[in-house]
Design a protein. Sequence first.
Length: 203
Amino acid sequence: MSTGQRLREVKEDINRIERFLPVMKRVLTMLRVEIRSYQERISDLEQNQQQLDQKWQARGDHALGKTIEASLEAEVLTRPENIVGVDIEEVKAVKAHCRLSQVMVCQSAASAALTDLAIERLQVAERLRIERQNVVRLEDAEEEFVFLINGSEQVRLPPLREELARLARAMDEENGMAATIARLLREREADKHQELETWPLLG
């Protein structure tokens, strides 16, 4: 490969990286905004869970509470979402119910309230589990983007720019040599013409 060809190739590599770096940085910014939003949502859910846990500790330690808790089932309805290229699960609803007979659950206002509290705790816990999974995926993607951006800026670009400068100097030298050779050839041709013009005169 000639110096000129390699020079063009290096320029194209640099242009490609510099063209995509702003795009990757914009995506990273959007990703970080989404992560903050999810972290705030998780923080709210954790506070809610903490309050429900405190209520449960005050009421759910007796046998009925443990029985209700053990008989709970939950179904999480989610929808696949894609945020800046990251696949997550958007929680549409969390349905929870108690497998115990309604007679047992509704035998008193206290047991009904306890069942409602247990169901609410489970719903919050399931929602929190999904949102934590989502934020982990988003944070993994953020880490990859940071790695790509830093790799491009700190690892790939500096040697390419150094090579570009070296190739540009080499091209200048080659062009200088080519110009010198061309000048010498022109001078030689001029000398030949002068010789041809001189010989007839001598003849």
